[in-house]
Write a protein that binds this ligand. Sequence first.
Ligand code: IPE
Ligand code: IPE
Ligand code: MG
Length: 247
Amino acid sequence: MKIEVTEAHLLAQIDLDRLPQHIAIIMDGNGRWANKRQLPRIAGHRAGIRAVRQAVEACARLGVACLTLYAFSVENWKRPRSEVKLLMALLREYLKKEVPELNRQNIRLGVIGRVSELPPPVQLDLKMAIKSTEANTGLRLTLALNYSGRAELIDAVRAIARGAKRNGFAEINEQTISDRLYTRGMPDPDLLIRTSGEMRLSNFLLWQIAYSELWVTNTLWPDFKQSDLFQAIIDYQKRERRYGGLT
Ligand code: IPE
Ligand code: IPE
Ligand code: MG
């Protein structure tokens, strides 16, 4: 009950006409959450799924257009094989369980990253989940999987070079680069959230966050609730975005 009161209180402070159009989240701290409880790291990842539901539902409820979640980085392959395997299994479980709920909430699922390097069964589940939600017109939920901002830029430059070879020339400007990124067609994130207190980007959306507002909380990802997302938006709405100019 107390939680609901806090949530409603925060919700009332949000200006719905000035919502961030795109929120990106670096979901960090699952391992530390588990460690604190003397549980295996995977228990933290499992608990992290609850937080994913909270963030997704909060964005859908508010009417945020895009939510992008950093779920697995290219660098995360460096982790023990057993952890990676369990993460992939959890992802498949999430997709299976969650698709009906995504449809119920009118959410369209997408993915960014080098998807073709993911295990084939994961690719198949992703394809099916994306297909099954493609007609939805509400929140655009994007999972960053096997994602790296530098890899994304490398892929964009390669695509531009191929085009140049084919056509004998290439137009290179901000728009043509943005159009070659995995996020083509999406607005750049207005708000970037990172949990668990780490003050770094860890190779997330390097090009797209040029002018994003950053919001870091010490809360570990499995403890993240709708009220945390509301608080981030309230703080975001107090920021003055200048884009290098004067106001
Ligand atoms: C984030 O939690 C989830 C993934 C990177 C998949 P971590 O697993 O990085 O948790 P910490 O940072 O070790 O606490
Ligand atoms: C960033 O978290 C990647 C994801 C949230 C998927 P990490 O835990 O992998 O980042 P570092 O190692 O702390 O930079
Ligand atoms: Mg981490």
